[in-house]
Design a protein around this ligand. Sequence first.
Ligand code: ADP
Ligand code: MG
Length: 260
Amino acid sequence: MPASRVPGPSVAFDHVSKRYAGGVIAIDAISVAIAGGSFIALVGASGSGKSTLLKMVNRLIEPSAGAIRIGDADVTAGDAHLLRRRIGYVFQNVGLFPHLNVAENIAIGLRLTGREDRAGRVAELLDLVDLPRAFADRMPDALSGGQRQRVGVARALALEPGLMLMDEPFGALDPVTRDQLGSAIRALHDRLGLTTIMVTHDMAEALILADRVLVMAGGRIVADAPPAALLAGAGGAEADALVAVPREQARRLREIGGAA
Ligand code: ADP
Ligand code: MG
């Protein structure tokens, strides 16, 4: 398929806040600039504001204050539906339509934009996510969780977005499938030159896949560093606590291996 050679766009948050009805301040004046083509992991405890921050990029949630730019354009400059066509979005449990087969699920965006040769494009997309083309006719309930998630990624890539937003995309998967899909998504990111923002609560996954890790707590970014710097302790107390978990696990595994 013609890989998009143009690097993905930058994303900038400028003093962005979100206060939900009821008064919860989910995002507290976040300013952060994400370079085009980078793979960002957004890590933090449940309730720290990760999903809220992500969904403000494709306007599933509107900020209470501040501005978000993709490239040079403010996300509010145009119609939200048109914005979403340029942004891939993958979330936990994919949200495939159960009454549509794989090809129809992948082609939803293609239908909306009136693209011709949808079958050809669906075949390309199945290739891209390493699913057999014969899966086009299958119904979602005849797929494994990992295969469904690959269909979700294919659907998100259908309109050749430069920016991918992923909200705990591997949340419901077993560890082996999760690891495979993580590697596959990083490879797609590199091959297509995407900008990717991936929410995960798994620090090990973030450290392994991302170029840069943003740690969130209480609606703020409390650490912002590349994986190697976080591992070296440059992230501060909150980040250290999260990094300590996989590090301690690795230490125990080495100990067991050494004792065997
Ligand atoms: P995360 O994805 O890190 O778990 P969220 O962004 O979903 O966090 O939530 C951040 C905070 O905002 C939490 O305190 C959550 O309870 C609150 N929140 C999320 N969505 C809503 C909503 N629609 N209405 C009110 N509060 C919300
Ligand atoms: Mg969330």
